[in-house]
Design a protein around this ligand. Sequence first.
Ligand SMILES: *Cc1c(COP(=O)(O)O)cnc(C)c1O
Length: 443
Amino acid sequence: MQGVERELWATAQKNIHFPLSKTTDSMYWKKKTHEQIKQHIFSALEANLDYRGDRPILGIPGTYLDTTEFYPDAPFLKDAPYMSAMVRNPNHIGVHTLSETSVLPVFAGTQDVEKDLIRLCAEEIFQAAPNTVDGYVATGGTEANLEAMWVYRNYFMREKGAKLEEIGLVYSSDSHYSMPKGANILQLQNIIVPVTEDTREVTEEALEKAIAAAQEQGVHYFIVIANLSTTMFGSVDDIDRYGDFFSSRELPFMLHVDAAYGGFIYPFTHAESRFTFQNKYMNSITADGHKMLQTPYGTGLFLIRKGFFDYVKTDEAQYIPGKDYTISGSRSGANAISMWMILQIHGSEGWRYKMEMLCDRTERICNKLKDAGIPFFRNPYLNIIAIRAAYVPAALAEKYQLVADSYEHQPKWYKIVVMPHVRPGVLDQFVLELLSPKQQPVA
Ligand SMILES: *Cc1c(COP(=O)(O)O)cnc(C)c1O
């Protein structure tokens, strides 16, 4: 880290607010028409060197999809920008927000679309000041979470002289399994903080106890994961509680937000979200397109404040202009394009409306459960309801494909996720069956 970044970092550590005031305090981007989106993506594809074009491409070990099956003159392709991108197969290897040289000239057109996607997500959805955040479209939430851990592990080792065994990964017991997976791959110490049974919350006392125990084991540097919704409960960690805890004790820490699930719903349903780059504690964030945004699998967005990617620069990536900083290496440009397209066709207001509709539907069921005295957990800004398993007959859970908190022991909770395919009629039917007088608690 050098110059300005080092200063920003020092400022953050001193618990002073970042000079990151945005001119507007809420997100906005206008919706585009299908026609506008089509033109934009086709001109981006035109700006790439086409493997079929007149200009020679001799050095790149990639090409278009095999034409026996994926013939390029299929008539529908001229109206299908995403499918066209798939068939032309641009490679988005590397990270393109770092500098002009980090854009591969061969795929400059579509890599610019990815840059614009990163800008939109960082600056509109997560409220960063202009040009302060880097990012890329990872294969998924797992890779994006691992990327963050990798950056911070190297940061502590390089900047603070930390030894591997002194670096801990702090996360709640409700966190996604990519945390223990990442800790295992990167050789970090697991510091798992238990949550309260009913509110699924990490209390200050629990945190205090877990960190004290870790310190006794020789852990002095902390990579902290705050969940912007856990997968099972839709519970949201208190990012400021985490941040205040470590900064008030002057413990070295870096905080990453796992918003793989909530990243494309919570900022739209909660106007006062604390999970923005205006919050000095949030240094990076994972937001999956392939959960709430309904993009194809392979669209895990990773965003991080500028200055940090350098800790995972692979200098040996000699053949890639601008080098590589990602875990994945080669990746399809069509993925970034799909995210960009969906965000553009809705605009910020359209997407907000869609997400609020899901929350309204979720709310309706919660009210019925409340009236019936059935205990459940739900964060009001999200579309997940976890119901106490004792009140849900196993046959009903099976019929409606509810997901249990564990398949190893007796389930304690079953969850409903009110996704766009979940019709209100089906929800009503489920509640009717759940509340029918025949059903008694099975505990
Ligand atoms: C789904 C999910 C992940 C992992 O994402 P993949 O895209 O499956 O790798 C991580 N964290 C949370 C909270 C998730 O919901």
